[in-house]
Ligand binder design. Structure first.
Ligand code: KG4
Ligand code: ZN
Length: 327
């Protein structure tokens, strides 16, 4: 069983062999946070508490199998939200006398490609793009990752959300910008491609966000042109850095995951322009869910990376230390 409560989605899933989804219940809090233009941490943890029990009952009923182990996201994420899932998982582990498995949220996104999907062989290069993270990692073996580059400021999903707010579009910004963009001209405004010539594999999205702010203040561009030109720049940066990472690392395959991997322009450009095999989860598994946590948990269980009732959430757990969660 996989339990995800790191941010604003409560996800409970049952997965067999780390690959076959038997049940996957997700309760999104988007409607609750939308009026605030972003996630309110205190409200998020309360909402997880309200729905986690019913979601678990539904997932167990649908899957109708014996549970071997309970995995939960231990970090990174919002402390209050993580606590709800981790404590719930530890209580189940104690009651059922089964192992409790702490999972790193980004590792969960990585493992979403193994779900109901073609075989993906290790090693691979990973591009993780979400609301909290933008990173490139060399993934040599399960639970052994090297960080090649990460964002120096905003994550790409966070940038979509902030730009959407500038354009008076609803939260979350990614889907809102994606649906407005086709009505605009992506070449109308040439926004900066932050750090594309920096020589390293780090990202920066704050300059792009500021450039959009100035362009909106000029008042000469329509919303659709702003959305299309912003999306073109944001996705271009991901393609540029990924190409550089492939050249530098000599990677033979690429895995792309996280909420922004749902973006249609990114998916189209990856498939058209990257000349090594690209694995992207189906749309339904790009956003936070319990199935990806169960998949990563299954592998951690097989590698003896379990926790115990003393394991606590680690809101800033680094991806490179996946085998050593806080005790
Ligand atoms: O992985 P995720 O569900 O949560 C985190 O771990 O952060 O990602 C959520 C992020 C949000 O910033 C949202 O705006 C973005 O993913 N997102 C998108 C799209 N769908 C979701 N960004 C661009 N295009 C999309 N279609
Ligand atoms: Zn996520």
């Amino acid at each position: 069983m996989g339990i995800e409560t790191s941010c604003d989605e409560t996800g409970i899933a049952v997965v067999a062999d780390g690959t076959r989804i038997l049940a996957n219940e997700v309760a999104s809090q988007i409607a609750v946070h939308a009026p605030f233009g972003g996630v309110v941490p205190e409200i998020a943890s309360r909402k997880h508490t309200e729905c986690i029990y019913q979601l678990t009952e539904r997932a167990l009923e649908t899957a109708d199998v014996q549970i071997d182990a309970i995995a939960a996201t231990c970090g990174p994420g919002l402390m209050g939200s993580l606590l709800v899932g981790v404590n719930f998982a530890k209580a189940l582990a104690f009651a059922w006398n089964k192992p409790f498995v702490p999972v790193h949220h980004i590792e969960g996104h990585l493992f979403s490609v193994f779900l109901d999907h073609e075989d993906v062989d290790w090693p691979f290069l990973a591009l993780i793009v979400s609301g909290g993270h933008t990173l490139l990692a060399q993934c040599d073996h399960p639970h052994e990752y090297r960080l090649l580059g990460t964002t120096r400021d905003d994550a790409v999903g966070e940038c979509f959300d902030k730009v959407a707010r500038l354009l008076d579009l609803p939260y979350p910004g990614g889907p809102a910008i994606q649906s407005l963009a086709p009505a605009g001209d992506p070449a109308a405004i040439r926004f900066p491609r932050g750090m594309s010539d920096s020589g390293d594999l780090d990202f920066s999205y704050s300059g792009l966000k500021t450039a959009v702010l100035y362009a909106t203040r000029e008042g000469t561009h329509c919303q659709a042109d702003l959305a299309a030109s912003f999306q073109a720049a944001a996705i271009d940066i991901l393609l540029i850095k990924t190409q550089q990472a492939i050249q530098q690392s000599g990677a033979k395959r690429l895995v792309v995951a996280g909420g922004v991997a749902a973006n249609a322009l990114l998916r189209d450009r990856l498939n058209a322009e990257i000349d090594i095999p690209v694995h992207i989860p189906p749309l339904s598994l790009c956003l936070d869910n319990g199935a990806m946590i169960a998949a990563a948990g299954d592998s951690r269980l097989r590698h003896d990376l379990t926790g115990d009732l003393g394991t606590t959430p680690t809101p800033n757990w680094p991806l490179t230390a996946v085998s050593a969660p806080n005790r």
